[in-house]
Write a new protein. Sequence first.
Length: 134
Amino acid sequence: MVKLAASNTDKIVGKRIQQRRKEMDLTVAQLSEKINLSPQQLARYERGENKINFDHFVKIAEHLKTPISWFFIDFDTYPNGSVLNNKIGEQQQSYEMKFTDKQHNDLDARLLQHWRVLSIEQKRAFILFLDTLK
C-alpha cells in the first residue's frame, strides 16, 4: 500500500485535533481507545506526520463533539477546493503575535459554533452575563 505524504493541511488539522482533545481533558490513549485507533497513529495525526484518514477524522470529530467544519475555519481555498493558505496568524511580526492571533481566531470560531445552537432565550441570558463582565 502506498503511504501518502502529509500536507500542510494535515499538520494544521492535526494541531486542532490536539488542541480540542486537550480542551476536553483527554489523553491520546483515551481518545484513541474511543475511536479504535492506536495511540501512536493518533499522535502521528496530531503531529502532522501522517495524512489523516477521513473515517478516523469523522470519528475523532464525533468524539470531540466538534463539527468537522471547525477544523477548517480560516482556510482559504482555490475554486477547485485545494487549500491556498491558512489565515491564522499569517505574516505576523513575531511568534507571540502568531500564537495570540491563532488563539483569538480559534476562540471566536468556538464561540460562533456554540452561539448558532443557542435558543433566543439562551442568547439573551448570555448577553446579559457578558454585560456583567464589563
